[in-house]
Design a protein around this ligand. Sequence first.
Ligand code: FAD
Length: 499
Amino acid sequence: MQLNINRRSALTGTAAAVTISFAGGRARAADLPVVTLDGAEATLRDADIATFSKSMTGPVLTPADADYNNARKIWNAMFERRPALIAKCTSVEDVKAAVSFGRDHNLLTAVKCGGHSISGQSVCERGLVIDLTGLRSVELDAKARTVRVAGGCLLGDVDAAAYAVGLASTFGVVSHTGVGGLTLGGGMGRLQRQFGMAVDNVLEVQVLTADGRLVTANKDQNQDLYWGVRGGGGNFGIVTSFKFQLHPFDSAVTTTSFNYGANDAKQVLRAYFDYANIAPDELWLTLGLGRNGKGEVGVNVSGSYMGSPDKADATLKTLGTFGSVKGKRTGTMPYVALQKIADVGGRHGRYHYAKSGMLGTIEGPTRAKLIDATVDYFMDQPQNNSHALFLLMGGAINRVPADATAYPHRTAMHNVDVGADGDVREGSDAYVQWGRKYWDVIDPFTGGGFYINSAMDDGEKRVRGNFGGNLDRLVALKTKYDPSNFFRLNANIKPMAKI
Ligand SMILES: Cc1cc2nc3c(=O)[nH]c(=O)nc-3n(C[C@H](O)[C@H](O)[C@H](O)COP(=O)(O)OP(=O)(O)OC[C@H]3O[C@@H](n4cnc5c(N)ncnc54)[C@H](O)[C@@H]3O)c2cc1C
């Protein structure tokens, strides 16, 4: 993937658009230059756009619409793309109309929920964006401890509803992330080591397939699709609703974070890897190497104890024994408040580059080599606002067999993520290059497995390799449900005929 391709093409395609007004008062461009599924140039007739607009309850935005500029933005500002059309769906019928239109006109089509795709998959240049952000209903059944969530919901929508009745989902750590993208790729969250990832808590999905059918998939119906959506990403269609298992959890959560100096980095990493092997399932644990805007390096070890508060201190204090502590922060708050604590730090509109991969149990000579590689490169190649972050996996995630769902990483003990970010585009080329080189140093330790929701620059071979023993089944499923590869802006699994 070329990060800057969008800047160039943003300047083409829409400059000559003629603005006209329709009875509904919405300004719209005339015939539009578009890109087809295979990347060819084409023109979309104004009359076809008008017919499509009329078939939708929600608006269909073109570059001439006032709301267009906001609607085309996604979280990672690196991807400054200008779609031809943004279909803002407000119902399943709208999603169906949008899929039919995209398919009938052979349009390059992206699907957007929370817009957090780090690699920019939810927006496309001169194609169609099927925007699900108007599908935000949450129906909770407190007695059954389940929740039905529309395909455009954000994590915070569900967290708030569940917490109100003493329940919790296992979703991720920034509340404005989309349930759609997060769940379909796996879904890591603070409760994952006790209750599994988001995929492990999906009970049912309704999927709008490329041929316009609404298919229900659960343990009894369309089991193949039920298997595939739990880790296979957006490959098989648009999930218009998910049903999740919730868990009783309304404890206050204690979080403690310890800062260590750069000189202690290797020692702290050694202690982290040792402790990771014996940490309780209640612990959400991260270790980050960071470099601030002044170029200073620090190491942070943070843990949240997701269990009975009276046991929190005994576990969390261990994290302060990894080296010479330079600073400590601790706090206790309700789970829903904790779930929003990173919302501002993880805000929309900044420029990011990140690479990530899965690691198994790290011990013996591998441990020393990985630590040296991680720390030495980080110290020797200064790049401001850069990070290397280790996140503890394992626990309940690894008690699920690797072929039970499409999500394949059931022996991973850590997710490692390296990258950098900034507030402006200027300077980003340097950290993109830095991130790629850093990844070359770390990647050999991963065995090629990575979290598809953090994919970046990952080509077809790597995506296929990532799914390991689940690949053949995924290819068969893709061939069955999306033989023309209409849903291709994702960690794409090609159908048989296209391989
Ligand atoms: C700030 C931030 C915090 C994050 N924190 C976590 C975390 O704690 N845990 C974690 O596991 N991941 C996390 N991620 C990664 C996250 O899981 C992915 O970025 C994910 O793709 C986001 O989903 P989205 O719906 O917001 O993204 P979008 O960009 O809207 O969608 C991404 C892709 O998902 C697919 N998709 C989305 N919705 C649907 C749907 N309803 N039907 C079919 N396909 C769909 C499409 O292929 C789309 O291209 C985080 C990312 C960011 C930027």
